[in-house]
Design a protein around this ligand. Structure first.
Ligand code: NAP
Length: 275
């Protein structure tokens, strides 16, 4: 069983989902990537994160194939490109994504990062989509506390870069999410830092104590507080199985202290990092 968290509107979601950036880029790996997403869904990683940006629609196409016949088991998160996020453009982009995904609704639709269009316009587009039943709710991504303050209404979630080497959000953004009325859900992207932490000696030591891999420690760390959803991307069933198993791992106080020593938590506000 994958542990869950509840968003402000009562939606219950698994703490572990599946990312899709770069899935669908190569035909040679397509069938294995589809098998990976389907394996993940069967293991309870039912939240799938994608974006119109990923492979200019190729990731959405691949998700469509992966969730065929399983749509109702999946919570679909998609993102509109900031350049498209005028009121009309948001609606048009969503319709295009729905066609690519082969579905009639996106469960959570995000603005990928703050862009050129006034937020009021983008939100008006989101609201129109919600009223028409084309999206379940809307949110944002890569918004820092100042960006959030510019929103005319509270987003359902903010998707941000978060892992031990990117702990800035712990100082201000995560407390801001938790104290907002209603609270803003947090989704941690790149929880494995795109592979860049997989030879870290301290993480290796922690992993050794659990007979686990470093990737599993990073997944367990990202979701340790019970209210942050992590969306690692994997391309192989083996990796997604390992990630699902990591959702059940409990890091000890010693593990957390060792990780804090190697990757100190922030002591002052830091600019929000993005990838
Ligand atoms: N909102 C945004 O601006 C934004 C930005 C970046 C990412 N995202 C979302 O977040 C998702 C995840 O982030 P990401 O793809 O950047 O990086 P990530 O999930 O941190 O890392 C992906 C890398 O980790 C590897 N991996 C996954 N599971 C593993 C395991 N159990 N053992 C060893 N290696 C493992 C993958 O290898 P294999 O592929 O070989 O399995 C891949 O190389 C994206 O796919 C996307 O959906 C959103």
């Amino acid at each position: 069983m994958i542990p869950t968290t509840t968003l402000a509107d009562g939606t219950v979601l698994p703490l572990l989902g599946q990312g899709t950036w770069h899935l669908g880029d190569h035909t040679a790996t397509r069938s294995s990537e589809i098998a990976t997403l389907r394996t993940g869904i069967e293991l309870g990683l039912t939240l799938i994160d994608t974006a119109e940006m990923y492979g200019s629609g190729r990731a959405e196409d691949l998700v469509a194939e992966a969730i065929a016949g399983m749509r109702d088991d999946v919570f679909l998160v998609d993102k509109v490109l900031p350049a498209n996020a005028s009121r009309e453009g948001t609606v048009t982009a969503c319709r295009r994504s729905l066609r690519a995904l082969g579905t009639d609704r996106i469960d959570l639709y995000l603005l990928h990062w703050p862009g050129p269009h006034p937020l009021e316009e983008t939100i008006a587009g989101f609201e129109e989509l919600r009223e028409r039943g084309l999206i379940g709710s809307w949110g944002v991504s890569n918004f820092d506390p100042a960006d959030l303050a510019g929103l005319p209404a509270m987003p359902q979630a903010n998707q941000i870069l978060y892992n031990p080497s990117r702990r800035g959000p712990e100082f201000d953004l995560l407390p801001h999410h938790r104290s907002a009325q209603p609270p803003i859900g947090t989704m941690a992207y790149s929880p494995i830092e795109q592979g860049r932490l997989l030879d870290d000696p301290i993480l290796a030591e922690v992993a050794g104590r659990h007979e686990a891999t470093i990737a599993q420690i990073l997944v367990a760390w990202a979701i340790r507080t019970g209210d942050v959803i992590a969306i690692p991307k994997s391309s192989t069933p083996e990796h997604v199985r390992a990630n699902a198993a990591a959702a059940a791992m409990e890091l000890t106080a010693t593990d957390l202290a060792d990780i804090d020593a190697a990757f100190p938590p922030p002591t002052s506000p830091l600019p929000l990092e993005v990838l």
